[in-house]
Design a protein around this ligand. Structure first.
Ligand SMILES: [Zn+2]
Ligand SMILES: [Zn+2]
Length: 205
């Protein structure tokens, strides 16, 4: 909750506020988010306008998550800007709500001041979640994991699997040989042992 008492209700009044608040639960998406209780650094500019208080600000928060490619833990930061209008509640009929004919009819989306206070949490939540990377990576060129064995390719750049691939090709050739209608599976053993098939078609016999 933030306070607008010092701002006053004279349109045009301005006030800047810096505050650090604890992150609420659930401030994130599946792969990355702000840990509960982590510090959210909030910088606000409050401006008193006819209908209420216009809040413009920036939030900065630490993130925890994992790289979607290599699954390494990530420590990043998110910065998000937001602007939100907190209207004076019509029902409470604030004294200053004089001949303001342009009173808006209860727009579902609008947020209201609660006395002198306003609740910034939903605003911060939307701003932070929208600013999160949907596919966070530890670095832009993260090579990810080997699709065959799951090793981290960044740790092992020369990693390759020619042999495993060949074994599988060989197994397919075996199968193809066995399924051959005329039963001619000659050459099957030779091919299974050949380490460097590179996907060449098995020679017909
Ligand atoms: Zn990565
Ligand atoms: Zn591998």
């Amino acid at each position: 909750m933030f306070d607008t008492r010092e701002l006053g209700r004279r349109p045009g009044a301005l006030r800047r506020v810096s505050r650090t608040v604890e992150a609420p639960e659930g401030l994130g998406i599946e792969v990355i988010g702000v840990p509960v209780g982590a510090p959210l650094d909030v910088e606000l500019r409050l401006e008193s306008v006819m209908e209420g208080v216009l809040v413009t600000g920036t939030v900065r928060a630490p993130l925890a998550g994992e790289c979607v490619r290599c699954l390494e833990p990530l420590a990043q930061e998110v910065t998000a800007d937001f602007q939100e209008m907190f209207s004076y509640p019509e029902s409470e009929g604030p004294a200053r709500r004089q001949a303001d004919a342009a009173d808006e009819e209860g727009d579902e989306e609008s947020l209201f001041l609660q006395g002198d206070l306003f609740d910034l949490e939903p605003v911060l939540r939307d701003a932070v979640v929208l600013a999160l990377p949907l596919q966070p990576v530890c670095r832009e060129d993260c090579p990810g994991l080997c699709p065959d064995c799951g090793v981290q390719l960044a740790q092992d750049p020369d990693h390759h699997h020619d042999d495993a691939v060949d074994i599988r090709w060989a197994a397919l050739r075996d199968l193809a040989g066995q399924l051959r209608p005329d039963g001619s599976s000659a050459g099957q053993d030779k091919q299974a042992k050949a380490p460097r098939g590179r996907g060449d078609d098995p020679q017909e016999t």
